[in-house]
Design a protein around this ligand. Structure first.
Ligand code: NAD
Length: 483
């Protein structure tokens, strides 16, 4: 598998181009640490051209397309991606280091996003309101115009689809800035969008650094709504930049999601799901279940089962399809190692650690999964997003204590509740300050139909489901006086 070396990775107005500056950025293989290609380092000038291209598309052919035709185009794009799914999965695995079967699952979800929103395009409608006698009032649900999208490196094709598909379904034109660490598959998707028949300017891609291309997109006055997925720190910067021109922001930030295990839980179902939720994509998942809260009477029994499962995990090269591949880059590797080293310094007990083969490439960013516990509720491992395969176990006394602990971080993205008691399932779920709760399951296979987003530091606005089409559209009220 090869990646782009010519660095004509900007897709503006239907054409692939280099950055106006001619600058490029290296593409690093996370499995070996070596440079394997280059992408264009777009800047403010490139972003401006992309936004102008999107504006022209919205005011032109794309903007005039009927809802059913938009839906057909999204369906064609979905089918085109499906035809190229294996090639895209190989590119994704090489570019991000994710195990190949996990990249294949990402592509299946990407296809499904466009399929789902293809069906939504002609089903989003407005309302009429009974007003004064002699007046007719229509409330239309209309596109906002141009939407900007800044996405992270952890699930590039899924993030592209999750962010763009609902916006395109509604009729907006789009500009996306992928992560500088994972742009390859996005550039390929742009090619396929042309092949599927999207008019020039409906989808624009500006590759480049966050502080240049990303910042320019967030600041651009031609962007009407900005969708950002990434870290809370950058989310703050992006929201402040967008506020300068009063653009609404949808922020999907991180999490410190809790898996709450009561003593009556079915551990045969819970243990594999809890392990998967922290090692999938090397723990680099916003909804990773990175805290397991265990009823005190079952703490040893549950952690022993978890430790046995951790011992079986395989770390390896992405192409060999291990459970865990390398992390994305050196900075992420250092960040995760930092948390592990400080936990050891603070004498937090290591309950389990997966084996790390000796023959992995020395330059690769490999971290073996680890289970720490009991972790004090105020230790950084219990409060902060590690974004690596590191699970923290905490004990709780009773149901009230479990809810208190689950809500005790600044985040509020996802939670899992594991108990056979039906009333407790509902009581606990409703007391949790998170955007999604799973009962006796977790993650539920992508859940494209299910509104997703955070409370507090995990962000605001909702992706997925019909909720995302509401986010990328707005209401227009037309009042008519008739005789
Ligand atoms: P990041 O915030 O560093 O980068 C995200 C994107 O923002 C990248 O495209 C980057 O280039 C861009 N960016 C960086 N600085 C910028 C700036 N000053 N202005 C504009 N754009 C800028 O995040 P990351 O390291 O790529 O991803 C990891 C984070 O993303 C984690 O915190 C994770 O939890 C979060 N995440 C959240 C979700 C969710 O849906 N809630 C999904 C995936 C990832």
């Amino acid at each position: 598998m090869t990646v782009s070396t010519l660095a004509r990775t900007l897709f503006v107005n239907g054409e692939f181009e280099p950055a106006a500056s001619g600058d490029t950025l290296p593409v690093i293989d996370p499995a070996t640490g070596s440079t394997i290609g280059a992408i264009s380092a777009g800047g403010a000038h490139d972003v401006d051209r992309a936004v102008r291209g999107a504006t022209a598309a919205f005011e032109g052919e794309w903007g005039r397309l009927g809802a059913a035709d938009r839906g057909r185009l999204l369906a064609r794009f979905s089918a085109t991606i499906a035809q190229h799914a294996e090639r895209l999965a190989q590119i994704e695995s090489l570019d991000t280091g994710k195990p190949i079967s996990q990249a294949r699952a990402d592509l299946a979800a990407t296809v499904r996003y466009f399929e789902y929103y293809a069906g939504g395009a002609d089903k989003l409608h407005g309302d009429t309101i009974p007003y004064l006698p002699g007046f007719a009032v229509q409330v239309l649900r209309v596109p906002v115009g141009v939407t900007g999208h800044i996405i992270p490196w952890n699930y590039p094709t899924q993030m592209f689809a999750r962010s763009l598909a609902p916006s395109l379904a509604v009729g907006n034109a789009t500009v996306i800035k992928p992560s500088e660490d994972a742009s390859q598959s996005i550039v390929e998707l742009a090619k396929l969008a042309s092949e599927a028949g999207f008019p020039a300017g409906a989808i624009n891609v500006v590759t480049g650094l966050g502080e240049t291309a990303g910042d320019a997109l967030a600041r651009h006055p031609g962007v009407d709504v900005l969708g950002f997925t990434g870290s809370p720190e950058v989310g703050t910067l992006v929201q402040a930049a967008a506020a300068q021109h009063h653009a609404r922001c949808i922020l999907e930030l991180g999490g410190k999601s809790a898996q709450i295990v009561f003593a009556d839980a079915d551990l045969d179902a819970a243990v594999p799901a809890i392990v998967r939720a922290i090692v999938q994509n090397g723990g680099q998942t916003c909804s990773a279940g990175s805290r397991v809260l265990i009823e005190a009477s079952a703490f040893e029994r549950v952690t022993e089962r978890l430790a046995a499962a951790f011992a079986l995990l395989r770390v390896g090269l992405p192409s060999t399809d291990p459970d865990v591949g390398p992390l994305i880059n050196g900075a992420q590797f250092a960040r995760v190692r930092g948390y592990v080293d400080r936990a050891k310094r603070d004498a937090v007990a290591v309950l389990a650690r997966s084996a790390r083969p000796d023959d992995l490439p020395a330059g690769g960013f490999y971290v073996e999964p680890m289970l720490f516990g009991p972790v004090h509720e105020r230790h950084e491992l219990a409060c902060e997003e590690v974004f690596g395969p590191v699970l923290s176990a905490l004990g709780f006394a009773d149901e009230r204590d479990a809810i208190r602990l689950a809500n005790a971080t600044q985040y509020g993205l996802v939670a899992g509740v594991w108990t056979e008691n039906g009333s407790r399932q509902t009581r606990v779920s409703r007391a949790l300050r998170v955007g999604q709760v799973f009962i006796n399951c977790y993650g539920a296979g992508g859940g494209i139909e299910l509104p997703f987003g955070g409370f507090r530091k995990s962000g605001h606005g909702r992706g997925k489901g019909f909720a995302a089409m509401h986010e990328f559209s707005t209401l227009q009220t037309i009042t008519q006086k008739f005789a």
